[in-house]
Design a protein around this ligand. Sequence first.
Ligand SMILES: [Zn+2]
Length: 186
Amino acid sequence: MAYEQPRFTPPILIQETAVRELCRLARNGYEHSGKRETFGFLYGVIDSDNRLVVRSARYYRGGTKTRYGITLPVRQARRRRRELARELKLRFLGSFHSHVEVGGHVSRGLSDDDRSTFRQDEEALLELVVFVWAGRRKTLRPTPRSVVAYEPDTGYHYRVRVYAKLSGGIRKTRIKVIRSGVVIVY
Ligand SMILES: [Zn+2]
């Protein structure tokens, strides 16, 4: 039977705690000797307004992570992500990875490999990328399609983008952070 993708409407909502965890994991990879990308799974719910809400980001230890990409044992990784969904009692929403600055350059957007992996993963609704680079502080413009952060302690910049399978294609999608301790009333 063909897998039917659940319907959802942008923006994608992300809890602030998940954003912090994503930046922390991106930083760990960036600080690893030789630098490397991070990788893991996103969990959450689809609420009554058909919004995807990302509540948790979980690192995946398996596979090989380099500064330019990730190689995964696909079957083990899928088994692990199902286990985590059961533990968390949340729905698997997709994967995340980072793009790290190398020699002053950060690769923007999804690579061709990123796209084809995402397309082939029929259970994944989202692919989230955290871009991380060091640099002098400047004011980064947040846009409706990205979340930006600057970390004074390390001097790192972060930008989070979410790509979703929508309208038959892969699209960079509007995102909104749900601040901790704030009740969102629609
Ligand atoms: Zn990538």
